[in-house]
Write a protein that binds this ligand. Structure first.
Ligand code: EPZ
Length: 416
């Protein structure tokens, strides 16, 4: 298994180009299953997760090629309607093919995703939405089956804001007869991007980016080209990299509009943040000030930045409080950060982070994608050498992370 060795203590300086958004690319790649026409997707990040989605669409009978950051799909003929356990267990976003297959063919079968290191991750709201649209759901032998004679628009209320349920219901409802309303919908940039993609292909969706999304069913979609938005979580991670190393990084192609929460919190902790069109320039401060954050659905502070933020707060000048309100077990990075000299205690979903003067390099292990990002950030700041194992988690969601960091002056190497 590959690992990273980081020699910490260098300020990062220079420019970095932000890649396409993983969490937009995955549902959009799945949504190409709704199209019987060819489609070209640009700015798709080359990651383990997008490769898995590529493989899944191919297994279902679609024709997908993935070259550079371009995915070409020709999904006229789909012959399989079942997403196998082998793939679903490696990537939970596989569940997105369910909404797309159900929407186009009125049938879909997907292995029930199991638990996950960051929390239980139920999909009851996805299934409730499919049922409201007229599908019959059965669960047998570890697979969920959805079947419908005909899908009809419905008024659907999500009692918890869910990115996955909003995206899956959107896809299932594109061809459903009449009007569908999704209330308490997720407002994340990737939901807006999925809606914009579907609209470009001919869907009739409005209200994306608010908590009430409306769709009017259409009878056909066309093909075409679409470019996926940049990844605001990758951008946020590099912003924190500038802050934690007291460096100065210019982020190119960054989705500045989606980064308000990170920007405001970084400024409050003493970093300078300047935004000019698609450029974000972050200049760190020597010792960040402490902060209090609660993770929340967009536009709140993203749970997918919580671990990275904690790495920054571990070297702040005081005590920070971090409440994780989305996932019940998303503190797996805490014991690893403490191995590097951090002083973090957790109780339930709250972490109390007492800033320390310095971190020291140590061997640490990655438990999940964003925990991995926080350990890389801590390693960049720490004195001495940090050896990070199980970095395959990072390869799921950060494109060429070590190359980008190296170009900014980090001493990071991958060992196979
Ligand atoms: C998406 O996961 C992201 N994944 C996650 O990013 C992210 O942490 C999460 O949204 C929250 O922003 C992708 O986009 C591929 P949810 P998702 O459904 O869709 C509860 C990363 O690091 N819930 O919005 O699975 C659930 O338990 C990953 O890139 C239900 O109760 O998350 C959670 O508390 C990790 N029933 C809350 O909603 C349901 O049916 C939000 O989950 C669905 C969810």
């Amino acid at each position: 298994m590959d690992k990273f060795i980081i020699e910490g203590g260098y300020s990062l300086r220079g420019a970095v180009k932000i890649s396409g958004s993983k969490n937009a690319a995955l549902p959009i790649m799945a949504a190409t299953l709704l199209l019987d026409k060819d489609c070209v997707l640009n700015n798709i990040p080359h990651l383990n997760d997008t490769l898995v989605m590529n493989k899944l669409v191919n297994i279902l009978g679609g024709k997908v090629s993935f070259e550079g950051n371009t995915v070409r799909t020709a999904n006229k003929k789909i012959k399989e309607f079942k997403a196998p356990y082998d793939l679903v267990k490696t990537m939970r976003a596989s569940v997105y093919v369910m909404g797309a297959l159900l929407g186009r063919f009125n049938k879909a079968e997907v292995a029930l995703p199991g638990g996950c290191i960051i929390g239980e991750r139920p999909i009851n709201l996805h299934l409730m939405g499919f049922e409201k649209l007229g599908a019959k759901i059965t669960i047998e032998h570890g697979y969920i089956k959805a079947r419908a004679k005909k899908l009809r628009g419905a008024d659907i209320y999500l009692d918890t804001v869910s990115v996955g349920a909003t995206a899956n219901i959107l896809m299932a409802a594109v061809y459903a007869q009449g009007e569908t309303i999704i209330r308490n919908a997720a407002q994340e940039p990737h939901i807006v991007d999925l809606s914009n993609f579907l609209n470009k292909m001919g869907a009739k969706i409005s209200g994306q980016g608010t908590n009430t999304i409306k769709l009017t069913g259409v009878t056909s979609l066309k093909g075409g080209a679409y470019s996926v938005i940049s990844d605001y979580i990758e951008a946020g991670t590099f912003m924190v990299a500038a802050a934690i190393t007291n460096g100065k990084i210019e982020l190119q192609n960054a989705p500045a509009d989606n980064l308000e929460a990170i920007k405001d919190n970084l400024k409050d902790t003493g970093s300078e943040v300047k935004i000019k069109n698609k450029l974000i320039i972050v200049k760190g401060s020597k010792i960040p000030k402490p902060s209090k954050i609660d993770t929340a659905p967009y536009p709140g502070f993203p749970t997918d930045m919580q671990a990275q933020w904690m790495a920054l707060m571990s070297v702040s000048s005081g005590t920070s409080i971090i409440n994780e309100t989305i996932w019940e077990k998303r503190f797996m990075h805490v014991p690893e950060l403490n191995r590097m000299g951090a002083d973090i205690a957790t109780k339930g979903n709250t972490a109390v982070v007492k800033g320390v003067k310095g971190l020291s390099g140590a061997p640490v292990m990655v438990s999940d994608l964003r925990a991995g990002a926080s350990l890389v950030l801590a390693g960049l700041r720490a004195k001495g050498t940090t050896e990070i194992s199980r970095i395959y988690h990072l390869d799921r969601g950060y494109e060429k992370i070590e190359k980008k960091l190296e170009a900014l002056g980090a001493k990071i190497r991958r060992f196979k």
